[in-house]
Design a protein around this ligand. Structure first.
Ligand SMILES: Nc1ncnc2c1ncn2[C@@H]1O[C@H](COP(=O)(O)OP(=O)(O)OP(=O)(O)O)[C@@H](O)[C@H]1O
Ligand SMILES: [Mg+2]
Length: 137
């Protein structure tokens, strides 16, 4: 996907939706970028694109939320993960056998073949969203 600058949360959600439409079981998408950069907003669109009608919120107290759809989407947020045993508890590999996985603060993981998207806050409502590594299909 090309690098884009979005000018509203709705535009970032639209971009997430087009990623979600492409997702397949086994895909892992890592999202990196500072607080408020738009990662959760993107996941909201991605879940819709994957066929979910459930509302997406920040998984503040849960590390993982699962949205059933055309493809199941697991939404992981590593912001509060402090150690490798917590990471192991998430069961990322298992989630990836059941559907696609999108990970906020994904730079904390080292996953072979994962897609990688970087979000940059440009001030106001502008965000630069760069595809560092696209899906492999
Ligand atoms: N172009 C834009 N793209 C995405 N969000 C935007 C944009 N412009 C404004 N916003 C607002 O910025 C905020 C982005 O919050 P969001 O929760 O998506 O960020 P986040 O990267 O998930 O942050 P955190 O690291 O805290 O999880 C929302 O309040 C959203 O409405
Ligand atoms: Mg978030």
């Amino acid at each position: 996907m090309p690098d884009v600058t979005t000018n509203s949360a709705a535009e970032t959600e639209d971009l997430g939706r087009s990623w979600g439409e492409r997702l397949r079981t086994g895909d892992v998408v890592l999202l990196q970028g500072e607080l408020g950069a738009g990662k959760t907003t993107f996941v909201r669109g991605a879940a819709q694109g994957a066929g979910s009608t459930a509302p997406v919120a920040s998984p503040t107290f849960q590390l993982v939320r699962v949205y059933p759809g055309r493809v199941q989407l697991a939404h992981v947020d590593l912001y509060r993960v402090e150690n490798s045993s917590e990471l192991a508890d998430i069961g990322l590999e298992d989630l990836a056998t059941r559907g696609a996985v999108v990970v906020e603060w994904g730079e904390r993981l080292d996953v072979d073949d994962a897609a990688l998207i970087e979000f940059e806050h440009l001030g106001g409502d502008r965000r630069r969203i760069r595809t560092i590594r696209d899906l492999s299909h």
